[in-house]
Design a protein around this ligand. Sequence first.
Ligand code: NAG
Ligand code: NAG
Ligand code: NAG
Ligand code: NAG
Ligand code: NAG
Ligand code: NAG
Length: 479
Amino acid sequence: MNLIFTTTLLILLTISTLLPLNANGAKCHVDDESGLLAFKSGIKSDPTSILKTWIAGTDCCTWNGVGCLFDNKRVTSLSLSGDTENPKSFLVGTLSPLLSKLKYLDGLYLQNLLNISGPFPDFLFKLPNLKYIYIENNKLSGQIPENIGNLNQLEALSLEGNRFTGTIPSSISALTRVTQLKLGNNFLTGTIPESIKNLKNLTYLSLQGNQLSGNIPEIFTSLSNLIILELSRNKFSGKIPLSISSLSSNLRYLELGHNSLSGKIPDFLGKFKALDTLDLSKNQFSGTVPKSFANLTKIFNLDLSDNFLVDPFPSMNVKGIESLDLSRNMFHLKEIPKWVASSPIIYSLKLAHCGIKIKLDDWKPSETFFYDYIDLSGNEISGSAIGLLNKTEYLIEFRGSENLLKFDLGSLRFGNRLKVLDLSHNLVFGKVTKSVVGIEKLNVSYNHLCGEIPKNNFSASVFVGNDCLCGSPLKPCKV
Ligand SMILES: *[C@@H]1O[C@H](CO)[C@@H](O)[C@H](O)[C@H]1NC(C)=O
Ligand SMILES: *[C@@H]1O[C@H](CO)[C@@H](O)[C@H](O)[C@H]1NC(C)=O
Ligand SMILES: *[C@@H]1O[C@H](CO)[C@@H](O)[C@H](O)[C@H]1NC(C)=O
Ligand SMILES: *[C@@H]1O[C@H](CO)[C@@H](O)[C@H](O)[C@H]1NC(C)=O
Ligand SMILES: *[C@@H]1O[C@H](CO)[C@@H](O)[C@H](O)[C@H]1NC(C)=O
Ligand SMILES: *[C@@H]1O[C@H](CO)[C@@H](O)[C@H](O)[C@H]1NC(C)=O
């Protein structure tokens, strides 16, 4: 009796594990499956088979990018991402409105799929559990809906890298739970709605790469949790708002580059103890750089290029800077600052048109190993670049045009990563060698070079203005 019962149970158990379609619900919910299959049928092309595991009748919880709750097997996350290294890794199509069937969806992550188009997906309003939306680097277009504020359960909203137009709806202020709001790299116009100041839990606000204009409003007093503020590449004008000073204890990234901001760089920025990256490039800032910058001991990336800043530049107490760009201001630095030369981690140094008057051989940076980019164009730098380039094995770009550099080009040695070499308008002599014409972007025009140019594919403007260079693309050498 007992034995028969056990055997029967064993048989039943075996059957139930062999047949996934049993009453215990080992398979995902029918609504979730049909919602996801509708999404798949909205995709017209999937060259790298991102959705190849999405097969009707199989458990949708096992499909690529689909995440389910453990207990009731409802789909809670949809997370598909294109591979940015592979140009064929994209999806072409639109977002099916039937994704609204995924009632338990908590996070929607559709990133770098490039060719997903259509308007802002209305089905998002029908998903009460949705907390995280990251629809990034696709081709969604049209306006961000006026009633976006109805998504007030959201904790993060990113529509970065699409083609949205129109203004930022002021109802966005109702998204009071969001910690991340990223609307960068769209075509948004108008001003920043003042009501954004209600988003007190924001740590990451990115509106960069749009066409936003007007003053940056005084909204930051209540946004003191911000860690990242990205407003670069817009059309903002006026001064840096005073209320940004409220961000002094937490802010790490302040990016205001490529706008039309003016006035002085405020002293209070020197109090930003956590600041890692400050980008004020391509604006119209004038006056001196505040002395208080000496206190920015944690700054790694500082870009003040293309403004109207004047001397004196403060001496910084930074332990190690990674990238510095002070190019094209009104500085007369005379030297490459000591706190730059002593940095053990610097990879990018751009001091074009900074009034530097040194002999390059005398510049002895403590570490040259990490240098990828050096731009010293438009200074009065004399001597030879041979010693420096010999020590920078990983250098990708060296720009030294419009200086007084004088050395034999034939003796120049460089690492095989060098892609850009601009030595135009110097006093460089000797011959153009085969290794030099192997560089992707070369310019040795207006020097004192001589002799036959090795076989190359450059235009004449790369070689003109030398003493006696000949051969293609210049005139043939006389025999
Ligand atoms: C998909 O997007 C890529 C990158 O924007 C583009 O080169 C390609 O032509 C697009 N393909 C289709 C079929 O739309
Ligand atoms: C903001 O964050 C705090 C701390 O994490 C939290 O207690 C509060 O509920 C959040 N506010 C909103 C509106 O979500
Ligand atoms: C740097 O900070 C200290 C302490 O807050 C302050 O006393 C000093 O004046 C600051 N230095 C500059 C140059 O602003
Ligand atoms: C380049 O560096 C190597 C090794 O450090 C050294 O032997 C060589 O003399 C240097 N060449 C020049 C031209 O400085
Ligand atoms: C010039 O371009 C042609 C065609 O792109 C290429 O085959 C050739 O190797 C190039 N020559 C040099 C010297 O780079
Ligand atoms: C090379 O430099 C000269 C002088 O600055 C400039 O006129 C020319 O356009 C440059 N050529 C290229 C291909 O960049």
